[in-house]
Ligand binder design. Structure first.
Ligand SMILES: C[S@@+](CC[C@H](N)C(=O)[O-])C[C@H]1O[C@@H](n2cnc3c(N)ncnc32)[C@H](O)[C@@H]1O
Length: 181
């Protein structure tokens, strides 16, 4: 007889999974490749992220992976049905109250009875190392009266300048993906 522990480690083969804010789709694609009999959906409103994610799925010849380029607010109109898993990674703590409500509405409408929501988000103290980086970008963007994209470019070139000057922040965290831009 299989133990409860082993059943938890090996979910049933046929299930429906949905990731909200899937980014470049790495997590969703790896899971789709790992569970070919399950059905995977991933939602993100950023066209370049969805394009990258689709490219990866095509390269891996996945036929159980479905990407949707839409916002959390509009995702309801897709009529995707019920899911056994609804997952968010690094999304919930970044978005507005209105978008959090949209996420909760989506979960209310689309989670199967007995389904699981896994919400992994960036919180203190684990993400404290990113704070100096965030503060630098914040203060740079406030000191310029420009469009958001231009502000990000200004902040990015400032960060790169710091990196070029071998700022100790980078030598302390050389492998940090979020700050190693
Ligand atoms: C910080 S990234 C995390 C990406 C991915 N989950 C990961 O762990 O690498 C947040 C993602 O959420 C998406 N996102 C943010 N707000 C959204 C919204 N209202 N509707 C759809 N996608 C959204 C962004 O486009 C972005 O790809």
């Amino acid at each position: 007889m299989r133990s409860i522990k082993s059943r938890r480690l090996h979910p049933k083969k046929i299930f429906r999974y949905c990731e909200l804010g899937s980014g470049n789709g790495v997590t969703a694609n790896i899971l789709a490749a790992s569970f070919p009999e399950a059905e995977f959906h991933a939602i993100d409103f950023m066209p370049v992220h969805i394009a990258n994610a689709r490219h990866l799925a095509d390269e891996a010849e996945l036929n159980n992976m479905h990407f949707h380029e839409t916002s959390f607010q509009d995702a309801d109109q897709l009529n995707l049905g019920k899911f056994d898993y609804i997952v968010l990674h690094g999304v919930y703590s970044w978005i507005s109250e209105k978008n959090r409500l949209a996420v909760c509405e989506f979960i209310k409408d689309h989670l199967n009875t007995g389904g699981i929501v896994y919400n992994s988000y960036n919180s203190m103290p684990g993400w404290s190392h990113v704070l100096p980086f965030r503060e630098a970008i914040n203060s740079m963007s406030q000191s310029h009266n420009a469009h958001t994209v231009a502000k990000v470019q200004i902040a990015r070139s400032y960060i790169q300048k710091l990196k070029g000057k071998k700022c100790c922040f980078y030598s302390l965290k050389p492998t940090n993906r979020a700050t190693n831009q």
